[in-house]
Design a protein around this ligand. Structure first.
Ligand code: URA
Length: 195
């Protein structure tokens, strides 16, 4: 049921000419929709696809994804056990930051994705996805801290049972290896919340 709803959501993104005819929609190779287990209680959200993801059509298949895989293995999880997605689902050219208007264009689809999956825990990767749920986020101080997510932004549904924790983006660990042990500590700290 959830899988069919997600398939329909993906189709609706592909049929949304506002997205497909946008600069990102025109420059990207393909839409990179979420991937993993539609029944998962844990959703992880990155920023936007990079080059490898754009070519393969799946989130986190490149070098950042390799590190994410290792971090998940630390808490006995595989990518296939979770739902993995991005705030923006077309690759920004040269991996530039997605603009506010691009984030706003894609956010309603992320909301619908979350409404279908109904996760218990949302872990965001990097400041863009983190700030979407907590606009005043200071990632260097708040990484690994769990918050109650009061409500989805565009939905009227109040769902205080969902927990959200912002994490560093695995790509940050590739550029700054010192961050990797901090990321490992965050994953281990959050493990008890992931059932
Ligand atoms: N970085 C992201 O934020 N998402 C991906 O899918 C890959 C790299």
């Amino acid at each position: 049921m959830k899988a069919q709803k997600l398939e329909a959501l993906k189709r609706s993104m592909l049929e949304d000419i506002h997205l497909t005819e946008s600069d990102l929609g025109q420059s990207a190779t393909q839409l990179v929709f979420g991937y993993g287990d539609p029944q998962a209680q844990l959703v992880m959200i990155g920023e936007a696809p990079g080059k490898d993801e754009d070519l393969q059509g799946r989130p986190f298949v490149g070098r950042a994804g390799q590190l994410l895989k290792q971090l998940l293995a630390l808490i006995q999880l595989k990518i296939e056990d979770i739902w993995l997605t991005n705030l923006v689902k077309y690759r920004p050219p040269s991996n530039r930051d997605p603009s506010d208007s691009e984030k706003n264009d894609h956010a309603p689809y992320l909301e619908k994705e979350l409404d279908i999956i109904k996760p218990k825990l949302i872990l965001t990767l990097g400041r863009h996805a983190g700030a979407y749920f907590k606009p005043d986020l200071k990632l260097s101080q708040e990484h690994g801290q769990a918050y109650k997510l009061k409500r989805f932004k565009t939905s009227s549904e109040v769902d205080s049972k969902i927990l959200f924790a912002p994490l560093y983006h695995p790509a940050a660990g590739l550029y700054n290896p010192q961050l990797v042990s901090i990321m490992q500590t965050d994953f281990l700290k959050l493990k008890p919340l992931i059932i």
